[in-house]
Structure formats: structure tokens, C-alpha cells
Design a protein around this ligand. Structure first.
Ligand code: F0G
Length: 457
């Protein structure tokens, strides 16, 4: 088989500014070892997120010029609505400025004290919006999803037995919905099988609970179904995506991922009464229902991006580039989550830095080392992001200590990825010199964004 090439030509480029290891050492110190506090011009390869960082296509840029900025009834909205409806089949479509705005609206209406939401794994903003409403979020991830190096095709699946147990424990009447996150970002970007979604659907039917999809990476998930699940090889990714949404009562979406947009999102659903409540809240928080929190031009970019992402040449390159990096790391003995996920490579920081205990945040220490060595910016997905404190103030660690290197869509080429592999392998060879971290200052919610840390001696 020949090399899988980037399925695009480059028309416009952005420079990368180079700096030295010494400069990066002081930049990191000044940023209190928090990658979110580093200026992006000081980053060589930015793998902080795949969200809002995509390169838009010439068609999307052309669409932007067609954006109609009318307050009400813009044709850009109707093009956006059609794209979303063609894929999801959901009748009520509500634009928002990004995924978390959809979450805020949905969970403000359905959440509150005494309510419980179930998922494979809630993303951090999703969990925060649930908890902010007074409700609780419970992750029901399958067992293999919690074992970073055990290879299984659908490690994003829900544990259906656990899901049903939790429903019986908390009572169906207190569970406003089950949310299936595709792909499972916080669990390694691992896909959920169609069979599992169908299983969730039948449990939801049994207890009369709506099923929603956190659809940020629906196309990547659908492509994995095509590659890995029996009976789907001959279907198009679009058909697979349509089937996926056919089991859902609604979805939340961040268009900053699989819609290739730099900003945007939506909420979609079948329930007219819920849609009415959501729109009422939308008007006082985001904007009028035909633009939500967006400009007409953003709606155009999303409408076009949603169709482009279902191109299978693109998805083949996308999934392959993540797998390519994973394989290089595995060959060098670097502990990395396997198999490769859809949008990111996840280093297993516990395996990488066994000499650093979890309460010294090995993931954050590794993030710092990658930045200093090669100017690569990643993010900790471990006890800094998800850890809690018990009554005595002791850290209750997260299930996994990962470092996520998220690959922006259509942005980096194979040589960038080769460079990333070289840097990680070099850091791995010198891993014994990496030291643990302690927290100087932190916020009560989503502390990883603003935390200030120091390196321990
Ligand atoms: N759900 C999932 C699964 C996500 O990955 C994200 C964002 C959101 C919801 C919220 O969407 O950012 O548009 O408000 N994930 C980004 C990331 C931030 O880096 O993984 P948003």
C-alpha cells in the first residue's frame, strides 16, 4: 500500500516562531507550569486541543463571504439547519456559540439538585455544567476503557450492566437523560460501537429515559464503526452517522471539532416542548433562535464543514495520522493509550513517570517536559483535571493519568508529526530527570485552566 497522503493542498500558511530550550524553560516557569498560560506564539507545535483549531477549506472561506448577518431569518441559518438535519434527522435545531453553551442551556433546564445524568464519560465542561446546576454526573465506562494499554476496538463503550444498575439505584424519574460521548474524549478518544449505542437505546426505552449524543466527533466515531464493526464496511460514513443519530432523542455539538469551524455549536432534539424551553433560555443567553451565539458567516462555515468531514479520504488520512504517531511511540517503548483514538494521542503518564506519585501530578510534569524539550504543547487529562479532594483534603485521583496530544484537523503534515515523535522519544529516554509538581493556587471548578504550579526539588 502507498503512503496515505494529506488529502489537500496548502493555499495559505501561518509561520511557526522558533525558540530555544533555555527560552522555553523560563516561559514555562513564568506560566506557572500551566500550558493554558503560555502564549501561543511561544509554541512550536500546538497540540493543546483539536477544538476550533482546524484549517478551514477554500469552500468554507467562500461560504463565509456569503454569510448573511440578518438578525432574524438569515438564509445562512437555513443552510446550517439543513446540513444538521440531513445528518442527524433531528427536527429542532438550535445554534449556540460552542458546545458548552449547548450544555449550559440543556442542563440548566433538565438538571438541578436530586438529578443524575449518566454517560460513558462526561467531558470536563459537560460535567461542570451538570454539577453547576446542582445535579450529579456518573460515568459508566466499560472496563477495557479504563485500561490504557489493553487493545480493544470500542473502548468508549458504556458498561450496560453498570448503566442499568445506576438507573435502578437513582430511579429513572431522577435521570433526565443518558449522554453518549462519541468519541469518548476524556477516555482516550476511543469510539463507541453501534451495537453499544443500540444497547443503551434499549435500556433507555425500558426505563423511558431520553438518549442524547455528545456529537463533537461523530464523523471520526462513524469512521471507526466502518473500519471495525461487523456489517458496516460497505456503508458510507454518512449512512453510519445517520444511523447513529437515529437512536438519539437529541444531541449537543461543538462545531469546533468535526465541523471544522473555529467557533460554533448546536443543540438538536426531537421533543418540541424541550426545544421551546431551550429557545427561551437561548434568547436571553446566546441570541435569537436563527443565529444563537453566532454570526451568519459562522453558520455557513459549519454548514459546509459538516459535509466535508464525511469525506472518507479525509477521514482515512485523519485516523491514519493519529495511528502513525501512536505506532512510532509504541515501537520506541513509550507507554501510550492503545489502540490510537480518533483525534489525539494519549500518553500514559503513570507508566511514563512511575517515579512521580499521582499527588505530584505526573501528567502535568510530562506536559512541561514536552514543552521544554521541543516546544510541543499538550494537556494533562488526569488528576489535575478530574481529581477531587476528600473531607480531609486528600487528593482523590482520577482513574487515569494521561497527557493528551490533540491533533488539529488539516493543520500539520507528516514531518510535523515525525518531529513530535522524535521529541517524545527523547523526553522518554531522559524521563528519570523529570520532577513532580505541587499546586500553588487553584479555582474550585475546571482548575486546570488557571492553576498555578511549581516544580518540586
Ligand atoms: N464535549 C466534548 C466531548 C468535548 O471534547 C468538548 C470540548 C465539549 C463537549 C465542549 O465543547 O469547547 O465547544 O464548548 N473539547 C475541547 C477539547 C475543548 O480540547 O477537548 P466547546
Amino acid at each position: 500500500m502507498k503512503t496515505i497522503i494529506e488529502p489537500f493542498r496548502i493555499k495559505s500558511v501561518e509561520p511557526i516562531y522558533f525558540n530555544t530550550k533555555e527560552e522555553r524553560t523560563s516561559i514555562l516557569e513564568e506560566a506557572f507550569y500551566n500550558p493554558f498560560l503560555i502564549h501561543s506564539k511561544d509554541v512550536l507545535i500546538d497540540l493543546l486541543t483539536d477544538s476550533g483549531t482546524s484549517a478551514m477549506s477554500s469552500n468554507q472561506w467562500a461560504g463565509i463571504m456569503q454569510g448573511d448577518e440578518s438578525y432574524a431569518g438569515s438564509p445562512s441559518f437555513f443552510r446550517f439547519e439543513k446540513s444538521v438535519r440531513d445528518i442527524t434527522g433531528l427536527p429542532f435545531i438550535i445554534p449556540t456559540h460552542q458546545g458548552r453553551a449547548s450544555e449550559k442551556i440543556l442542563f440548566s433546564i433538565l438538571g438541578g439538585k436530586g438529578k443524575y445524568f449518566l454517560s460513558n464519560t462526561f467531558f470536563d465542561t459537560t460535567r461542570a455544567n451538570i454539577e453547576f446546576s446542582g445535579a450529579e454526573g456518573i460515568d459508566c465506562l466499560c472496563k477495557e476503557g479504563k485500561l490504557p494499554t489493553v487493545a480493544a476496538p470500542f473502548k468508549g463503550n458504556l458498561d450496560l450492566a453498570m448503566l442499568e444498575e445506576q438507573i435502578l439505584k437513582y430511579g429513572a424519574a431522577n435521570i433526565p437523560l443518558v449522554l453518549v460521548t462519541v468519541t469518548n474524549n476524556s477516555g482516550g478518544g476511543q469510539p463507541v460501537s453501534m451495537e453499544n449505542v443500540k444497547g443503551v437505546r434499549s435500556i433507555c426505552d425500558k426505563y423511558n429515559i431520553p438518549l442524547f449524543i455528545d456529537a463533537c466527533r461523530f464523523a471520526e466515531n462513524s469512521y471507526f464503526v466502518k473500519l471495525r464493526e461487523k456489517g458496516y464496511a460497505d456503508k458510507t460514513v454518512r449512512q453510519i452517522a445517520e444511523e447513529l443519530f437515529s437512536y438519539a432523542d437529541g444531541c449537543t455539538m461543538s462545531a469546533k471539532k468535526d465541523a471544522f469551524a473555529n467557533i460554533g455549536g448546536f443543540l438538536a432534539m426531537r421533543d418540541e416542548k424541550l426545544a421551546l424551553d431551550c429557545r427561551n433560555l437561548l434568547v436571553i443567553t446566546e441570541g435569537f433562535p436563527t443565529y444563537g451565539g453566532l454570526a451568519g458567516r459562522d453558520l455557513e462555515a459549519i454548514a459546509i464543514g459538516l459535509n466535508e468531514v464525511l469525506d472518507e479520504n479525509y477521514l482515512q488520512y485523519r485516523i491514519r495520522s493519529i495511528e502513525y504517531l501512536t505506532q512510532k511511540l509504541v515501537a520506541a517503548g513509550v507507554p501510550v493509550m492503545q489502540p490510537a483514538g480518533g483525534h489525539a494521542v494519549y500518553l500514559d503518564a503513570k507508566g511514563f513517570l512511575p517515579h512521580i506519585p499521582v499527588d505530584q501530578y505526573p501528567g502535568q510534569a510530562l506536559v512541561g517536559a514536552l514543552y521544554v524539550e521541543g516546544g510541543i504543547r499538550g494537556v494533562e487529562i488526569g488528576s489535575l483535571m478530574f481529581g477531587k479532594y476528600d473531607e480531609t483534603g486528600k487528593l482523590v485521583p482520577a482513574a487515569l493519568e494521561l497527557v493528551r496530544l490533540a491533533i488539529p484537523r488539516r493543520v500539520y503534515t507528516q514531518s510535523h508529526i515525525d518531529y513530535v515523535a522524535e521529541v517524545i522519544i527523547e523526553v522518554f529516554e531522559n524521563r528519570n530527570n523529570i520532577k513532580g509538581m505541587s499546586i500553588l493556587e487553584e479555582a474550585p471548578l475546571l482548575r486546570h485552566f488557571t492553576v498555578k504550579m511549581k516544580m518540586l526539588d
